[in-house]
Design a protein around this ligand. Structure first.
Ligand SMILES: Cc1cc2nc3c(=O)[nH]c(=O)nc-3n(C[C@H](O)[C@H](O)[C@H](O)COP(=O)(O)OP(=O)(O)OC[C@H]3O[C@@H](n4cnc5c(N)ncnc54)[C@H](O)[C@@H]3O)c2cc1C
Length: 364
């Protein structure tokens, strides 16, 4: 066989595997069905700006080993995610913190903010919340619910908040201090030069074939390597024998604007129900760019249908049961290892996916 390992997918999971295995002297072939590497972290250079094509990706982690790991391949800038909400032209700070409460109610201290929330919670007279609306009001009061939660959540899920289960927002991050660092992670930043060049370095010791769908040429590709690491959708691997796993998906409308700045921040959520998109990403702000133009992406939530990008696994009872059937099938495949967000049907942040790949490699 020409290769020791065939890796299906050049996202961050596949790239970590490719780097570690080739460093260890194994011959590795990576096949990728898209026309580019880097999976959903892919950044594309448009007008000198690294555009996060599959959604904004902010690297954040508390795991020392993962932070040291990624720093081998890129220098990270000191970007900190401080998103804002735009409700009919009023700008609020996110996640909910004293800047948000001061703007909403004019309060200056945590005690005053807690008192307003408590009063609104009592007025709503909610016992055990039975839906998302009741859950949100009992956590943050009616004003914040109406202006910052309701419209955004309904756009995201395509349903009225009273028809959504309270479990979706079991916890809402609420800070009674002026602290607006969204992720609050030990390490945070954006790889200077974009994620694509970071992943390119990880793949440099391996052969890479783009525009190659493993599932369309499985018989021939299987013959090339002794073992396979598969990071595509697990249900597709088994030809959907146990049914289709469901996802939530989004789509982006990108615009290049002939102006230096559009919104003064990387991420702004549009929280009213009427604005059709959920947020606008202005990519240059991830890297403090001062280009003459700017690129923005409007993000729309959509129902998932076949052919859409599978973005967020829906880990409810039905899908979890379906996934467990596939997992049982995957455990019988001794030549194939399943990993990553599609292979394990799991929402993984980039740091989790790196750690998971490193842990898996240790077992090989
Ligand atoms: C909108 C959005 C925003 C996010 N923001 C953040 C963030 O801010 N911070 C963070 O840490 N994480 C974020 N994430 C999560 C991050 O994208 C994932 O952790 C990471 O991309 C997972 O890497 P992966 O290699 O498992 O999967 P992917 O990146 O999906 O890579 C899988 C690759 O396999 C390829 N593939 C699939 N099937 C086949 C096949 N049959 N043949 C060949 N190739 C195939 C795919 O084309 C893809 O390139 C975000 C995710 C989304 C959806």
């Amino acid at each position: 066989m020409k290769y020791d390992y065939l890796i299906v997918g050049s996202g961050i999971y596949g790239a970590v595997c490719a780097h570690e295995l080739s460093k260890d002297g194994r011959k590795v072939l990576v096949v990728e069905k898209r026309n580019h590497i880097a999976g959903n972290c892919y950044t594309e250079n448009v007008e000198g700006i690294n555009v996060h094509k599959y959604g904004p990706h902010i690297f954040h982690t508390n795991i020392d080993r993962v932070w040291r790991y990624v720093n081998q391949f890129a220098d990270f800038n000191n970007f900190v995610n401080r998103p804002k909400a735009n409700y009919k032209g009023e700008i609020y700070s996110l996640p909910f913190n004293m800047y948000t409460f001061e703007k909403m109610w004019g309060v200056k201290t945590g005690e005053e903010a807690k008192a307003v929330i408590e009063k609104q919670r009592a007025e709503a007279n909610i016992g055990e919340p039975t839906n998302l609306e009741e859950q949100a009001i009992s956590l943050v009061g009616r004003d914040i619910y109406e202006k910052l939660v309701k419209g955004y959540t309904e756009k995201q899920w395509g349903r009225d908040c009273r028809e959504l289960p309270p479990s979706i927002i079991k916890r809402l991050p609420v800070r009674f201090e002026y602290y607006d660092n969204y992720f609050d992670a030990k390490y945070q930043g954006i790889p200077i030069g974009g994620y694509t060049s970071m992943i390119e370095k990880m793949l440099s010791g391996s052969d890479v074939m783009l525009n190659t769908d493993y599932l369309s040429d499985r018989e021939n590709l299987d013959k090339l390597a002794g073992r396979i690491i598969y990071t595509g959708s697990i249900d597709a691997f088994f030809d959907y024998s146990e049914g289709h796993l469901e996802y939530r998906t989004v789509r982006f409308e990108n615009e290049v604007l002939n102006q230096k700045d559009y919104q003064g921040n990387a991420v702004i959520n549009y929280t009213d129900r009427q604005t059709p998109y959920t947020r606008i990403i202005e990519h240059k702000h991830f890297e403090f760019g001062d280009q003459e133009k700017t690129v923005i992406s409007k993000e729309y939530s959509m129902n998932y249908t076949e052919g859409c990008e599978p973005y967020y696994p829906i880990n409810d009872k039905k899908n979890t049961e379906c996934y467990l059937k596939y997992k049982a099938l995957s455990e019988k495949q001794n030549k194939v290892i399943f990993g990553g967000r599609l292979g394990e049907y799991k929402y993984y942040n980039m740091d989790d996916v790196i750690e998971s790949a490193l842990n898996m490699l240790e077992t090989l």
